[in-house]
Design a protein around this ligand. Structure first.
Ligand code: RIB
Length: 338
């Protein structure tokens, strides 16, 4: 990974800026009770003004013994992200890099905490699935000398390289499949639109309904869940089943959520697909192995991770924006005879 232009701010820079000794700065960082409030405030102001970040592995970095990249995904418990992480790891390994991995749980504060920790640990680069549409904090990291690649996110700014999958196209293809089967009332169990993937999938679904001659406001009921996993899918499906004019097909924001939908439908003894067709998203390993194999939108997970790491390791000063296309995999949860 070519070195970036900016030099990291050192503890000496902070001491000089605050007009104190390096030892005093070290005390503020490690033993603040030993420093008078006035001096502590001067040092903390200098840290903020210089955007100083402690570097927990500075010694190893000087020795060149650590080459590490960090990745923050939404949830490592989601097989989609573990498959993406494997792609990242395989590319980093080719360059002798190690990977630090964390989940933001779609929480911007948790994401910020891990970004700070990774920077303190001296990672040379970061791949981030942003938990909010605003990526200005990632641009700041880039300005401080870190390589940053947006992962599973088309870049809203030219300056940040990105690797993503066209989620609008994926959701639209799944919708056309259901409309072709004769479904005219659909449910979509989705996360909040502050999560880009959720917003794009909803937009793709709605545009495909309109293109098929159906009014999205009439044909679609979107149920919002906060946990994009099986429990969230089960709770969302219970809401769908309680609808007065029950839809005949349910799309889910991902395969984990679809797993919960299948659980709820089984508990309500609703046959799949004749009572309710179900479509997932990601086509993770278990999708085809279920008792009712799941129709799902396949994402090129390993390639997504591999390419993000490749961009991080080889990025020239001109950012790159890579978009992969998803593919619908049709199985019995929409076309079966049950
Ligand atoms: O985290 C929600 C979803 O976004 C994942 O399941 C995967 O589809 C990602 O793109």
């Amino acid at each position: 990974m070519p070195p970036r232009r900016n030099r990291r701010t050192s503890i000496s820079d902070v001491a000089h800026h605050a007009g104190v000794s390096v030892g005093t700065v070290s005390n503020v960082l490690n033993r603040p009770d030993r420093v008078s409030p006035g001096t502590r405030e001067r040092v903390e102001t200098a840290i903020a003004e210089l955007s100083f970040v402690r570097n927990g592995s500075a010694r190893q970095l000087r020795a060149g013994t650590i080459t590490t990249a960090g990745a923050i995904v939404l949830d490592v418990a989601n097989p989609f992200f573990t498959d993406v992480a494997r792609g990242i790891e395989d590319r980093l390994d080719e360059a002798g890099y190690t990977l630090m991995l964390a989940s933001s749980d779609e929480d911007p504060d948790r994401e910020a905490r891990y970004l700070r920790l990774f920077e303190e640990h001296g990672v040379q680069g970061l791949m981030v699935v942003p938990s909010t549409p605003d990526v200005s904090h990632l641009l700041t990291l880039r300005d401080r000398g870190l390589r940053v690649v947006l992962l599973d996110q088309p870049s809203p700014v030219e300056a940040l390289s990105s690797v993503a999958v066209d989620d609008r196209a994926g959701a639209a293809e799944a919708t056309r499949h259901l409309v072709t089967l004769g479904h005219e009332r659909l449910a979509f169990i989705n996360g909040p639109h502050t999560i880009r993937q959720c917003a794009d999938r909803s937009a793709g679904l709605r545009s495909a309904l309109a293109e098929s001659g159906l009014d999205p406001d009439e044909a679609l009921t979107e149920v919002t869940i906060t946990s994009l996993n099986a429990d969230g899918g089960q709770a969302g499906t219970e809401q769908v089943l309680a609808l007065p004019d029950r839809p005949t097909a349910t799309m889910c924001v991902n395969d984990l959520t679809a797993l919960g939908a299948l659980r709820a439908l089984r508990a309500a003894q609703v046959p799949i697909p004749s009572g309710m067709a179900v479509v997932g998203y990601d086509d993770v390993t278990f999708a085809g192995e279920l008792a009712t194999p799941l129709t799902s939108v396949r994402q090129p997970t390993h390639q997504l991770g591999w390419r993000a790491a490749d961009l991080l390791l080889t990025e020239e000063d001109v950012p790159e924006h890579v978009t992969f296309q998803p593919e619908l995999v049709v199985r019995e949860s929409t076309t079966g005879t049950a």
